[in-house]
Design a protein around this ligand. Structure first.
Ligand code: PXP
Length: 257
C-alpha cells in the first residue's frame, strides 16, 4: 500500500503580547514559558518572539529562558543592528527573522527595504549564518525583494501579509483588494521557492483570513507557505478560551480541508 505524506505548515506562535500583558503592570506573570508550553500542547511548531530595541514587551531574559527550556523551534525577530546581532549570536535561536523597526510604531509596519539596506543586511545575515542560525527576511510580497533576499543568502522570506489581512478586515471597501493581495503573496512565494528559499507568512492573520493563504498552491497542488507566524489573534483568543485551545483552533484553521 502506498502512503502519501501530507506536509503540514508550521505554526509559529508569537508570544509578544503575553509579555505586553506582563509589562503593563510590571508583574512576574503571565509566564512566557508556560504560554509556550501550552502553545506546544495545542500544536505549535515554533515559538516566535520579537525583541524590540525599546524592550516594550519581550525582554532579553525571556529569550534566554525560552532558549534553555523550550523543546520547540525558537524564532527570534530582531532589527538588523549590531547590538541585536550580537545578542542573537549569543542566544543562538533556530531562526532569526530580520524585521524593520521604528520606535513609534504600534507593530511592525511594512517589510524590510532590502535594496536600500543591502550592505547592512548582508553583514548581519553573514554573521548570523556563521553562527549556524537560519535567517529569514520579513519583506513585502514583491519580486524584487524576494530576489534581493536570495542574493543575501537568506534561508527564507517571511512575506508581510498585512495588506491582504487589512483588506479582509475592512468590510466591503476592502473586498476588491483581497484577490490582488493574495496574488502578490502567491507570486512572491513561488519566486522564493524557485530561488531555493522557504516561503513563510505573517502579520495580521485571524482565524478566518488565514484560510485563503493556506489554500495557495503551486503547480503540483502543494501548499506554498511552509510557516505562519501569528500572534495577536491567538493571544486575544487565548484570553477567552486558554492558550492551548486558541492554538489548536489556529492549527485547524490552517489545515482545514
Ligand atoms: N511576523 C512578524 C515578522 C511580525 O513582526 C509580527 C508582529 O510582531 C508577526 C509575524 C505577528 O503578527 P500578528 O501579531 O499580527 O499576528
Amino acid at each position: 500500500m502506498t502512503q502519501t505524506s501530507i506536509v503540514l505548515p508550521r505554526l509559529g506562535v508569537n508570544l509578544d503580547h503575553i509579555a505586553t500583558l506582563r509589562q503593563l503592570r510590571g508583574t512576574q506573570y503571565p509566564s512566557i514559558l508556560e504560554a509556550a508550553q501550552l502553545a506546544q500542547a495545542g500544536g505549535a511548531g515554533q515559538i516566535t518572539v520579537h525583541l524590540r530595541e525599546d524592550r516594550r514587551h519581550i525582554q532579553d531574559n525571556d529569550v534566554k529562558l525560552l532558549r534553555s527550556h523550550l523543546e520547540l523551534l525558537l524564532n527570534l525577530e530582531i532589527a538588523a543592528t549590531p547590538e541585536m546581532t550580537r545578542f542573537a549570536s549569543k542566544v543562538n535561536p533556530d531562526w532569526v527573522c530580520l524585521v524593520p523597526e521604528k520606535r513609534m510604531e504600534v507593530t511592525t509596519e511594512g517589510g524590510l527595504d532590502v535594496k536600500s539596506n543591502f550592505k547592512r543586511l548582508s553583514l548581519v545575515v553573514k554573521a548570523l549564518k556563521a553562527n549556524g542560525i537560519q535567517v529569514s527576511l520579513f519583506i513585502e510580497p514583491m519580486i524584487q525583494s524576494v530576489r534581493l533576499s536570495a542574493e543575501l543568502g537568506a534561508d527564507a522570506v517571511e512575506l508581510h501579509t498585512g495588506s491582504y489581512c487589512l483588506a479582509t478586515q475592512t468590510g466591503p471597501k476592502g473586498t476588491k483588494r483581497i484577490e490582488p493581495a493574495l496574488k502578490k503573496i502567491r507570486v512572491a512565494a513561488l519566486e522564493a521557492r524557485k530561488l531555493g528559499m522557504g516561503a513563510h507568512a505573517g502579520h495580521g492573520f485571524d482565524y478566518l483570513n488565514v484560510r485563503a493563504v493556506a489554500e495557495l498552491e503551486d503547480e503540483m497542488a502543494k501548499p506554498l507557505i511552509a510557516e505562519y507566524n501569528i500572534g495577536h489573534a491567538i493571544v486575544c483568543r487565548a484570553a477567552l478560551v486558554g492558550m492551548e485551545r486558541a492554538v489548536r483552533e489556529m492549527v485547524s484553521a490552517l489545515i482545514a480541508p
